[in-house]
Design a protein around this ligand. Structure first.
Ligand SMILES: [Zn+2]
Length: 373
C-alpha cells in the first residue's frame, strides 16, 4: 500500500502528463481513435493530479512529530521503509562515488510541504554518530572503480563546461569535493584560478600527482572554513558536483559559501531529483536511494534552499552524463541481479562512453543575492 501512496506523493503536472501520455498512446493503439486518445490523456492527467492532491492533503493531516530537517515542518511521513538488514553494516565502499550498495538504505522520509526526501538518520538520536562516521569514511575512501572509468567522466564535464562556459572561462573557481579531479581535468585550461577542497586523502594525492600546479586542500569544508584554509579568498564561481545530497546541512553549507563569493558570483551544483518521472517509476528501487545520500531534492526543494541561503535561482536544467558501457553493465547487473561483475575484464572490451539522460539529475545555478542595507 505504501508504495502506491508514495507513487502519488511525488506526482506533479509533468510526471502526470508523462504517465497519461503513455496510457493515451496505448488507447490509440487499441481503439485507433484520436478523440478517444485525447480524452484519455486529459482525463488521466486530471486523475493523477487529483489523487496526488488527495494524498498530500492526507499526509498534511497526519501528526508524526518527526520534523523535516530542510523546512522544519513538524510532521514528515514515511516514503519507503528501510531495506537494510541488521547485518548490513556500512563499509568504506558504501561511501564511494561509484558505490554498488544500492537499496540498502535506512527509512526514507518525505516532507509533504517542501516535498524533499531525506534519510531518517538525520532526525534520529544517532544523527551525530552517523554524520561523524560518514566524515571518516569520506577521508579514507579509495574508489578504484571510479578511476578505472574516469575517461568517460571527463566527457560529462567537457559537455557541462561547453554549455555553461561563461561561468568558468577566466573565472576564479572553488570546487567543493574535487574527488579524483575530473572537473579539474576539463576546466584547468580556461579558469583564471582554481582551488579545490577534497576530504579523501587518496583523491587529493591522485590530483596532486596528476595536476601538480593545482591547489587542492585535503580537508572537509567545515574544517577548511574553521581553520581559515581558504585565507579569506573570494571566488567568482563555486561548484559542488554531486555533493549537496551528501551534506548534513546543505543550507548552512550554502550560507557559508556565500561569504566566499564575489558580488554577482554564482554557486553551481548538480544533484538528483526525487520528483523525476524515472524516480517515481522505479519507486523504492531508484538506484540513488542509498546510505550516503542524506537528501533527495524536489524542484521546489532546491529553489527554496538557494533562496534561504542568500541566492536567487538563475537556472535549473537536466543534464546528460557519460559512463563507460562497462560501468553501465555493472550497474544494471548489480541493481537487477545483485551481482558485481569484474570491471577490469569488462572495460577491456566495453570501454566506449555512452550518454545517459534519464531526467533524474539536475544542474542548478544560483546567483549571490545583493543584500540591501
Ligand atoms: Zn520540508
Amino acid at each position: 500500500m505504501i508504495y502506491i501512496v508514495s507513487f502519488f506523493r511525488r506526482i506533479k503536472f509533468k510526471s502526470a502528463f508523462n504517465f497519461s501520455f503513455i496510457i493515451a498512446l496505448g488507447s490509440l493503439v487499441v481503439t485507433r481513435q484520436l478523440d478517444t486518445a485525447i480524452f484519455t490523456l486529459t482525463t488521466s492527467v486530471f486523475i493523477f493530479q487529483f489523487v496526488s492532491k488527495l494524498v498530500n492533503w492526507w499526509d498534511r493531516s497526519k501528526k508524526t512529530d518527526l520534523p523535516c530537517p530542510m523546512c522544519s515542518y513538524e510532521h514528515s511521513v514515511l516514503l519507503y521503509p528501510s531495506k537494510k538488514k541488521p547485518s548490513d553494516k556500512n563499509s568504506l565502499g558504501s561511501y564511494a562515488c561509484s558505490s554498488f550498495d544500492h537499496g540498502k538504505y535506512p527509512d526514507i522520509r518525505f516532507c509533504p510541504i517542501c516535498k524533499n526526501g531525506f534519510l531518517s538518520h538525520l532526525i534520529s538520536k544517532d544523527r551525530n554518530d552517523v554524520i561523524n562516521s560518514g566524515f571518516k569514511m569520506y577521508e579514507s575512501v579509495i574508489d578504484s572503480t571510479y578511476i578505472e572509468n574516469i575517461k568517460s567522466r571527463y566527457k560529462t564535464y567537457e559537455n557541462i563546461i561547453q554549455k555553461y562556459n561563461p561561468y568558468f572561462k577566466n573565472k576564479n573557481i572553488l570546487e567543493i569535493g574535487s574527488y579524483y579531479g575530473v572537473f579539474i581535468n576539463e576546466v584547468q585550461s580556461i579558469a583564471k584560478s582554481f582551488t579545490g577542497i577534497e576530504p579523501s586523502t587518496h583523491g587529493c594525492k591522485y590530483i596532486k600527482d596528476k595536476y601538480p600546479h593545482i591547489n587542492v586542500i585535503n580537508s572537509n569544508l567545515e574544517n577548511a572554513i574553521a581553520n581559515n584554509l581558504l585565507e579569506n579568498k573570494k571566488f567568482d564561481t563555486i561548484v559542488l558536483w554531486d555533493v549537496i545530497e551528501h551534506l548534513s546541512s546543505p543550507i548552512d553549507t550554502l550560507r557559508s559559501l556565500n561569504k566566499f563569493l564575489n558580488n554577482g558570483g554564482h554557486v553551481i551544483f548538480s544533484t538528483i531529483n526525487i520528483e523525476s518521472t524515472f524516480s517515481i517509476v522505479l519507486g523504492p528501487f531508484w538506484p540513488w536511494f542509498m546510505d550516503m545520500h542524506y537528501y533527495y531534492f524536489s524542484d521546489r526543494g532546491y529553489v527554496d534552499m538557494l533562496h534561504r541561503s542568500g541566492y536567487v535561482i538563475k537556472a535549473h536544467h537536466h543534464f546528460k552524463y557519460f559512463v563507460s558501457i562497462a560501468y553501465f553493465v555493472q550497474k544494471i547487473t548489480s541493481l537487477i541481479f545483485g551481482i558485481q561483475l569484474s570491471n577490469k575484464n569488462l572495460l577491456s572490451k566495453l570501454n566506449m562512453s555512452i550518454p545517459i539522460q534519464l531526467g533524474d539529475t539536475v544542474l542548478v545555478i544560483g546567483k549571490k543575492e545583493m543584500l540591501s542595507n
